[in-house]
Design a protein around this ligand. Structure first.
Ligand code: ZN
Length: 186
């Protein structure tokens, strides 16, 4: 596995790739498994919850999302994992339904590290996508962090950056400290 370079919004050459409407992936493709492993490694190295192929310079319709494990503290101060981390590999994803209702979220992007802004997103989306074998799957009414991350990643595949979704640009700012819990990047 290898950590790939993450392309940046504020680099003119990188931005050309990030602004590309990505092409569909033809499945099955034996090389994809290794690429997906590299993407997870790159995402972990950058503390993200998602990553899209164009962010490592490949204009193809492939993205990943990882929900962190849910950890609860017991009364004695020890912790217990109540839900394990969940990984999603979405190939050729299509948002087929959405709530029609928006919520503002504090959003960041691994292609603009350290910057966060208030982005309106649908409260839930239903997405269809293929897995590595080519089988079509549907995730119904993905909400919360998962629904948000899917919308951010599908935008990447369409060449849309989170900074273009921000309505009030005064909310876009650089966070020099450790990001808060509600500040996630993908
Ligand atoms: Zn991003």
């Amino acid at each position: 596995m290898a950590i790939r370079r993450v392309f940046r919004i504020d680099n003119e050459e990188d931005k050309k790739i990030l602004k590309t409407n990505c092409r569909p992936v033809k499945l099955p493709d034996p090389g994809l498994k290794r690429l997906v492993a590299d993407m997870f490694e790159t995402m972990h190295a950058n503390n993200g919850v998602g990553l899209a192929a164009p962010q490592i310079g490949l204009p193809i319709r492939l993205c990943i999302v990882e929900l962190p494990p849910e950890i609860e503290e017991r009364e004695d101060g020890t912790t217990v994992v109540v839900a394990p981390a969940e990984q999603f590999v979405l190939i050729n994803p299509k948002i087929v339904k959405s709530s029609g209702e928006e919520v503002l979220r504090e959003e960041g992007c691994l292609s603009l590290p350290g910057w966060y802004g208030q982005v309106p997103r649908q409260t839930w989306v239903t997405v269809e996508f293929q897995d590595l074998s080519g089988k079509w799957l549907r995730l119904r009414r993905a909400d919360g962090l998962l629904g948000w991350a899917i919308q951010h990643e599908v935008d990447h595949l369409n060449g849309i950056l989170f900074t273009e979704r921000i309505r009030d640009l005064s909310t876009l700012r650089e966070v020099n400290r450790v990001p808060q819990d509600n500040q996630v990047a993908a």
